[in-house]
Design a protein. Structure first.
Length: 268
């Protein structure tokens, strides 16, 4: 029998081993790499999964803050701990270590719902074609970093990377090719899929690298139709080799589910 060329996200998460109350381990295959490091969304998702499995019964995830410190790949270990348990919020830390030391540090905030006079979304709903009307983002198979083969990606609005575009804002419909279990871990894994918003403005290839990533979750239990999520990345600034960008995610019914920000190093 031919060995599979990719490891679906669901299978990879099943391999995450809890080695103690405060540590977990996993071997990351080559098809989840982004250059010399692990795809950032997977790095964050592994860290979150390690915390949740070691601490069952946590309230819904409200926020994640991730610092990408060094390269990660191959055998990795996650050291995690609960920083504080309050009346409604729980704060947890997760450090992902690889061969050359710490690769990422994540802080997760879980919070129980409480009664409020407010129940509003203030994020503007974008006017873009649906996934069936949008073009494939990658012109052919094999284009893009290794991890991208795990995703079906459609360009709803904006330009492709390294096209010399004047646009610094793009919308992508994204879903896993192999349906993962529902929940925050899989949504976090998908949320970092779009390339930096500045990349379409490049006229020739140059390296880019995420530095920090903050994600706020706007729903308790994310759900969508046929696996599709609409992801927006919008650059606000690019100067002296760094860029700042906003990031949003809507489900197929155009309900906002994620609001985020990212700092990106650009070598162009």
């Amino acid at each position: 029998m031919t060995e599979p060329t990719t490891t679906p996200f669901r299978v990879l998460m099943d391999r995450l081993e809890t080695t103690s109350d405060e540590a977990s381990s996993l071997s990351i295959p080559a098809d989840w790499m982004q250059g010399r490091t692990t795809y950032g969304g997977l790095t964050a998702a592994i860290s979150l999964a390690a915390v949740e499995r070691a601490n069952p019964g946590l309230p819904p995830l409200r926020s994640a803050m991730v610092s990408f410190i060094g390269p990660a790949g191959g055998d990795v270990r996650v050291a995690h701990e609960i920083l504080r348990r309050g009346k409604s919020a729980v704060f947890a830390n997760a450090d992902l270590h690889a061969e050359k030391g710490i690769a990422a540090r994540s802080t997760f905030t879980f919070g129980a719902a409480r009664a409020s006079v407010f129940d509003r979304d203030f994020i503007e709903t974008p006017d873009v074609p649906g996934p069936d009307e949008a073009e494939n983002f990658f012109p052919r198979d094999g284009v893009g970093p290794a991890f991208t083969k795990h995703f079906d990606v459609r360009l709803a609005k904006g330009a492709r990377p390294v096209s010399g575009s004047s646009e610094h804002d793009h919308f992508l419909w994204v879903r896993f090719r192999d349906a993962p279990p529902a929940g925050m871990v899989s949504l976090l894994a998908l949320a970092d899929m779009p390339p930096p918003a500045m990349l379409p403005m490049f006229t020739e290839f140059a390296p880019v690298s995420s530095i920090t990533w903050m994600v706020n979750f706007l729903v308790d239990e994310p759900a969508t139709e046929e696996g599709w999520w609409l992801l927006q990345s919008r650059a606000e600034h690019a100067r002296e080799g760094y860029s700042s960008q906003d990031m949003f995610i809507w489900n197929a019914d155009m309900k906002p589910v994620v609001a985020g920000r990212q700092s990106v190093a650009i070598f162009a």
